[in-house]
Design a protein around this ligand. Sequence first.
Ligand code: HEM
Ligand SMILES: N[C@@H](CC(=O)c1ccccc1NC=O)C(=O)O
Length: 259
Amino acid sequence: MPSNRQFGEEGGRLSYGAYLRLPELLAQQLPQSNAPDELLFITIHQVYELWFKLLLHELESAREAMFNDELWQARHVFRRVHAVERVLIEQVEVLETMTPQDFLEFRSKLAPASGFQSVQFRELEFLSGLKEARYLTGLRDASEDELARLRRRMDEPTLWDAYLTALSQRGLETSDEELMGSLLAVARDRRTYDDLWQLAEDLLTHDETAALWRMRHVQMVERQIGTKSGTGGSTGAPYLRGRTRMHYFPLLWELRAWL
Ligand code: HEM
Ligand SMILES: N[C@@H](CC(=O)c1ccccc1NC=O)C(=O)O
């Protein structure tokens, strides 16, 4: 007898909304004002945080793959990371459809909250190799759980540590004195080291895309608030401009000068 059961109905009772937890997800947009654009503002930030969560997951797996000498797997993961990071940059355009006048209708309600306090953003920086202890103390109202996550990231190996392990697994020296020589050897002998070279390029693209997001963010900030200081207490655009010069993997940039 033919069964009328559809694919997926064999086991549990999942539906689209139950699987994706939509009642819970869609109950989390709670504006502080009646300003029409605040829903956009909340939505875009929540979408960023979801992508940040995925990026942390993927970067952890890239790090693991490098430690396990599975460079092809790390490269596979980086393709996804880069695609998500490009989306993060593109998404700024959606928020820029908001006028500064419309932002001002609810901006004062947000203070002292600010993107400054995005724990996942800081986790991404720490995991990538940019560990700055000042961000462990400067977080207003972070929960114990969030602080513990950041402290753990501070103590954990970074993507750069994992790359150095990948180099040494191929017999290349990674001491401070010899590291640039090893990076140059990889760059100059691609017949032997192409996988390590391509992986370094993947790291560099991750670094470059993060910097592009920072530049895009500060452009948006200048368009929205000009020279005003930030709700998080910083100088605003000048502080953020300074952050655009940060690099996760400074030696990969320095390498260019030696080639
Ligand atoms: C109207 C739009 C936005 C404005 C005017 C704005 C403004 C600012 C300002 C002034 C700061 C510096 C800290 C402070 O004093 O407040 C900052 C930091 C930050 N913002 Fe935004 N922001 C906007 C949208 C976004 C969006 C959509 C995100 C996505 C998650 C975001 C993420 C961040 C992050 C992660 C920081 C910390 C950067 C760092 O410390 O390097 N911002 N923002
Ligand atoms: N710091 C922004 C406000 C802002 O954009 C914001 C406020 C609360 C939560 C996230 C935010 N996004 C990025 O900083 C400002 O000074 O206008």
